[in-house]
Design a protein around this ligand. Structure first.
Ligand code: AP5
Ligand code: MG
Length: 218
């Protein structure tokens, strides 16, 4: 089964993906993580990407499509993919359906993480991510005490890093982009009847349990 984990910046998409990787043996495909890896490469493309991401806008659909298709075509992860941070507009949602069809796959579930925006700035300002496996932690809600909590056995050599787009002005812009371009995707998926709402205001473990319940019922 392939699924999309959906929600605004800071909703918990990366956090819950890392639990699904650990507990359900799925593969996380985070376009944000793939783009940040490209940023660190220092390529010509990375300068353009940094400008767009620090402005809280979406990078071009063409760049994203190239990143995604390489992964979808990999037979090792067929029907085990968590799409995290993708699709982000209607064009990407349609293109995802086409790409999956080409490789004889589909999306079976949209996990819609519902949160009040008031909590997001605190979640984002407190976020620290593992430099090795990218798992997010939080200074306020999920302190990074135990490296065993990471999905990768090399995480004992990790640094904990802050993202350059995790500042208040970029977050405001990321939320605006989400409202204008990403949220309308739900109407596209509503017709397919595959959306399940999750109360993502609850603790991390409670959110994980809700998701587990939905997957078990499928
Ligand atoms: P991306 O990396 O996808 O960022 P985002 O969507 O803004 O989402 P975040 O990663 O900020 O939040 P999250 O939901 O993963 O939350 P997390 O689990 O970390 O994209 C970044 C940029 O890349 C975009 O702005 C865009 O420029 C570009 N981009 C990416 N994909 C693109 C695409 N497809 N097309 C075009 N451009 C694209 O949790 C947040 C914090 O809260 C953590 O500290 C965590 O510990 C904590 N937390 C999580 N859940 C809970 C809970 N239940 N209770 C308390 N704390 C919690
Ligand atoms: Mg994330």
């Amino acid at each position: 089964m392939n699924l999309v984990i959906f929600g605004p910046p800071g909703a918990g998409k990366g956090t819950q993906s890392s639990h699904l990787v650990k507990n359900e043996g799925m593969f996380q495909l985070s376009t944000g993580d793939l783009l940040r890896a490209e940023l660190n490469s220092g390529s010509d493309l990375s300068k353009e990407l940094k400008k767009t991401m620090d402005a809280g806008k979406l990078v071009s659909d063409e760049i994203i499509r190239n990143l995604i298709e390489k992964k979808i075509s990999d037979p090792l992860i067929k029907n085990k993919i968590i799409f995290d941070g993708f699709p982000r507009n209607i064009e990407q949602a349609k293109s995802l359906d086409q790409m999956l069809k080409k490789y004889d796959q589909e999306i079976s579930l949209i996990i819609n993480l519902k949160v009040d925006y008031s909590i997001l700035v605190k979640r984002i300002s407190g976020r620290l991510s593992c430099s090795i496996c990218k798992k997010p932690f939080n200074e306020y809600f999920d302190p990074p005490i135990d490296t065993k909590a990471c999905a990768d056995k090399n995480c004992n050599k990790r640094d904990l890093i802050k993202r350059s787009d995790d500042n208040e002005s970029t977050v405001t812009s990321r939320l605006k982009t989400y409202e204008e371009q990403t949220l309308p995707i739900l109407n596209y998926y509503k017709e397919k009847g595959i959306i399940r709402d999750i109360d993502a205001m609850m603790t991390i473990n409670e959110v994980t349990s809700q998701i587990k319940g939905i997957i078990n019922d499928l």
